[in-house]
Design a binder for this molecule. Structure first.
Ligand code: GDP
Ligand code: MN
Length: 386
């Protein structure tokens, strides 16, 4: 689960990590008021969306007067911001963060991630900040520092000093860096984060270390224990189909292809997607309806899959253990009738109450394409495309 920059910065303040003075606004007039209230003579107006690379897309602007703050805010709020991370369709900007602009002397990268190899939290740091860290890691791997943290010890001062010195933070800046790293690590552990990234972490004005950008995401399952983090979820930034699906107890992930998939169990859903790809097709989504799916749940699954206009055929693949093929079939027939589905529907049923399910399908008189096994189903679905 992602949160916005302004929300991450509020968490940073709670944990003593220095961030510029600033607040969020949803109108240009409010943006101007904030600039006036926080004072100073230069401000930065920043689009708040769940994607990085905003600077490159024109979503981060420096203003030298209150009028300019308002103009930038007017331009950015409501814009469709396209960045290297949004895809070409872009993202609608609903809010801007207005901050006192800083004079940047040097930019660094600092992040904490869950490192799958060592199964530990790891620090990623670099003196090459402000730019795409993945790019730096590719072209200049020596410039990216990687340090794993021992969970039994945490992040002790000496390790912080070692990291700071490796990226060239010495003297009083080292002291600030140690304090920042410890605060960040505490925040990361306290809230079950998966990633926190400061890019750039900057030396500004009179040698102060400040987090100019801030990004954080959380484990969607773990975070349910932290209502204060759950509250920060912004449904408008998520795929509406995925939000609706989760409301119906369905695990749905939108993809780029045109074969809509309705499957029970995450493993079988993955195998179904692989089989479609093997037959040179592309799945339009991942969808796991879970165990014990009622006819209503199946009908909802059809509705959600079909809100994607790219779907040209639907593949239903159920291996019923806890599920019952007769319930599934009832749901499919209901969906076909109520939703006036025009796309071909390939049905593969196996397991509990298989005969009863087949009977329901046959007696409905609807034009299903039935399949014997997974491979057969995937092949027929891809064939139905042409
Ligand atoms: P991103 O493009 O989505 O990663 O957004 P950032 O918050 O990193 O902003 C993009 C760039 O704007 C940064 O890399 C900085 O170079 C610049 N920037 C952000 N805040 C300030 C500021 O207060 N002063 C100055 N001079 N530049 C800033
Ligand atoms: Mn950034």
């Amino acid at each position: 689960m992602n949160i916005h920059e302004f929300q991450t910065k509020m968490l940073f303040r709670e944990y003593g990590i220095p961030v510029p003075e600033g607040r969020v606004a949803d109108t240009d007039a409010a943006a101007r008021n904030i600039a006036e209230e926080i004072g100073g003579d230069k401000w930065v107006v920043k689009a708040q969306i769940h994607a990085g690379g905003r600077g490159k897309g024109g979503g981060v602007k420096i203003a030298e007067s209150l009028d300019e703050v308002q103009q930038h805010a007017d331009h950015i709020i409501g814009m469709n911001l396209v960045t290297p991370q949004t895809g070409e369709q872009g993202r609608l900007v609903r809010r801007v963060l207005v901050e006192q602009a800083q004079d940047i002397k040097k930019e660094f990268y600092f992040g904490l991630i869950i490192d799958r190899v060592s199964q530990r939290i790891a620090v990623i740091a670099s003196a090459s900040g402000g730019m795409d860290i993945e790019e730096v890691a590719k072209t200049d791997p020596d410039k990216v520092i990687h340090e794993t943290i021992d969970p039994a010890i945490g992040l002790p001062d000496f390790q912080c000093r070692k990291i700071a010195s490796k990226i060239g933070l010495t003297g009083p800046l080292m002291g600030q860096a140690v304090k920042m790293m410890k605060g960040l690590y505490r925040l990361f552990r306290d809230k079950k984060a998966m990633m926190v990234e400061i890019n750039p972490l900057a030396i500004v004005g009179d040698d102060q270390l400040v987090a100019l950008d801030a990004k954080m995401n959380f484990d969607g399952n773990a975070v349910e224990q932290y209502p204060e983090i759950m509250e920060l979820r912004d449904f408008e930034e998520e795929d509406p189909k995925e939000v609706e699906a989760s409301g119906h107890g369905l695990n749905y992930i939108a993809l780029d292809g045109n074969v809509g998939c309705i499957v029970n169990g995450a493993g079988l859903a993955m195998a179904t997607m692989d089989s479609i790809a093997l037959h040179k097709g592309m799945p339009a989504n991942f969808l796991d309806v879970g165990g014990g799916a009622s006819p209503e749940k199946i009908a909802n699954a059809f509705r959600i899959v079909l809100t994607d206009p790219n779907v040209k055929v639907i593949l239903l693949n159920i291996f019923a253990g806890i599920n019952r093929c007769d319930w599934i079939a009832t749901g499919v027939v209901q969906a076909m009738k109520d939703q006036k589905i025009e796309q071909p529907v390939v049905v593969r049923l196996a397991g509990t109450n298989y005969e009863a399910g087949q009977k329901i399908l046959k007696e409905s008189g609807l034009p299903f394409i039935t399949a014997d096994d997974l491979d057969d189903a995937a092949r027929k679905a891809v064939e139905a495309l042409s």
